[in-house]
Design a protein around this ligand. Structure first.
Ligand code: GDP
Ligand code: IMO
Ligand code: MG
Length: 428
């Protein structure tokens, strides 16, 4: 089974890292196609806990070739920190390949991310501050730096000069910060060139050839559907396409190569940063989900906002991404609740709607219409078969499946690698 895309259905942190890790031994390549080190994937292997930001989760599986595609923005300092961190724990990182067309995040992008957020004041997005937005802005403005530019010092210098020309005016005159010197940026980047040279290649061709040989490639999305720059809750989104279409443009493989689209969805909802979130809870149940689900960001440590499952969002994710299978995670977190509310639609200005409204103002005002399902009290963290789940947990899963537009093929019952109930083969 050659190519599958794995994406988040909600606002991120659904457990994509764990889901990728689950498939690990069956994969030949795992490709990150969007975002950068704004992602945070926690993967628990036995007693070991790994937090990955820039690298695809597949790097933890021996034999898998991890690939950073052209759609990613790479902070090379973070790249080497992460690689060294993993190598020191015995992970083989030698297979990593990076697209020559991937863009770079430099210190001026990080600085601009922080100052623009501060400037936005009340309207701030709550970015991760990693320079993601400014790096993608440069890409679209055609003043970005690409991996391949590192191998030609003259070109690199010219491009850094071009980029800093305008930015220094902005930094000094608007944001009251110091100007950034061309030399300091160029010198810093050149310091990584020798180590990068063996990793940087034509990853589109590499993946094409792998697929021609019948090898299995997983495209792992960072962020999620509702954070997608086109299909998410703009402007409270990230600056890349986190939906399945991004796997194509962000890696240079063709759409008709994709056989399966796996969406990871939590049994409730969380969000980090600002923006609309209809089912958000501000009461003790929000606390319950936050504490029981340990909902703190892997990247910034921020407490995640929490709320009930939102079926219109799952249906929307199913439609936008062409989802073939859902992986429902964190079902164990709901254990102990008497009743579990699920949003089945919204009321917008007194009107019932069943779909995510296209108007952002309507989505801001959307009031969830809930249906309640009976909960269960039994510990489910040891369940490995669907039949081992309490009847009410089974019914809850079936209800979500009926509302969400695609089948649920696996269920997470704990953070551990083995804590999963499989219903269908995700790759077949
Ligand atoms: P990602 O960004 O989508 O890869 O997700 P994160 O790693 O940021 O957040 C998901 C968190 O939930 C991690 O701490 C995982 O270890 C944890 N996790 C994943 N699946 C499950 C599950 O089924 N149950 C529980 N309790 N935790 C899970
Ligand atoms: P993973 O891959 C959750 C959010 C930020 C902010 C918005 C824009 O772990 O699911 P950015 O720094 O990307 O410009 O911030 O997007 N955000 C995430 N939220 N999980 C993520 O990644 C996120 N990556 C970005 O909190 O609201
Ligand atoms: Mg995360």
């Amino acid at each position: 089974m050659p190519a599958a895309v794995l994406i988040g259905a909600q606002w991120g942190d659904e457990g994509k890292g764990k889901a990728t890790d689950l498939l690990g031994s069956r994969l030949d390549y795992v490709v990150k196609f969007n975002g950068g080190n704004n992602a945070g994937h926690t993967v628990v292997v036995g007693e070991e806990k790994y937090a990955l930001h820039l690298l695809p989760s597949g790097i933890l599986t021996p034999g898998v070739t991890p690939v950073i595609g052209n759609g990613v923005v790479v902070d090379v300092e973070v790249l080497f920190e992460e690689l060294e961190g993993l190598a020191s724990r015995g992970v083989d990182v030698s297979r990593l390949r990076i697209s020559a067309n991937a863009h770079l995040i430099t210190q001026y992008h990080r600085t601009l991310d922080k100052v623009t957020e501060r400037f936005l004041g009340k309207r701030q997005i709550g970015t991760t501050g990693r320079g993601i937005g400014p790096a993608y802005a440069d890409k679209i403005n055609r003043v970005g730096l690409r991996m391949q530019d590192l191998f030609d010092e003259n070109i690199l210098r010219q491009k850094v000069e071009g980029a800093l020309d305008q930015k220094n005016h902005l930094l000094v005159k608007v944001y009251n910060r110091r100007a950034i010197g061309v030399d300091e940026v160029v010198e810093e980047l050149l310091g990584y060139v020798d180590r990068l040279r063996p990793m940087v290649t034509d990853t589109s061709l590499l993946l094409h050839e792998a697929l021609e040989r019948g090898e299995t490639v997983l495209f792992e999305g960072g962020q999620a559907t509702m954070l997608d720059v086109d299909h998410g809750t703009y402007p409270f989104v990230t600056s890349s396409n986190a939906t399945s279409g991004g796997a194509v443009t962000g890696s240079g493989i063709a759409p008709n190569r994709i056989d399966r689209v796996i969406a990871v969805v939590k049994a409730y909802t969380t969000r980090v940063g600002a923006g609309p979130f209809p089912t958000e809870l501000f009461d003790e149940w929000g606390e319950f989900l936050s504490e029981r689900g340990f909902e703190f960001g892997t990247t910034t440590g921020r407490r995640r906002r929490t709320g009930w499952y939102d079926a219109p969002i799952a249906r929307y994710a199913s439609r936008i991404n062409g989802v073939t299978d859902f992986v429902l995670t964190k079902l164990d977190v709901l254990t102990g609740l008497e009743r579990i509310p699920v949003a089945v639609g919204y009321e917008v200005d007194g009107q019932r709607v069943d779909e995510v409204p296209v108007s952002q103002s309507d989505f801001h005002h959307a009031v969830p219409v809930y249906e309640e399902f009976p909960g269960w009290q039994e510990d489910i963290s040891g369940a490995r078969e669907f039949s081992e789940l309490p009847a009410n947990a089974q019914a809850y899963v079936r209800e979500l499946e009926a509302m969400s537009g695609s089948r649920i093929s696996a269920i997470g019952v704990g953070p551990g690698r083995e804590q999963i109930v499989q219903l269908h083969d995700l790759l077949d």
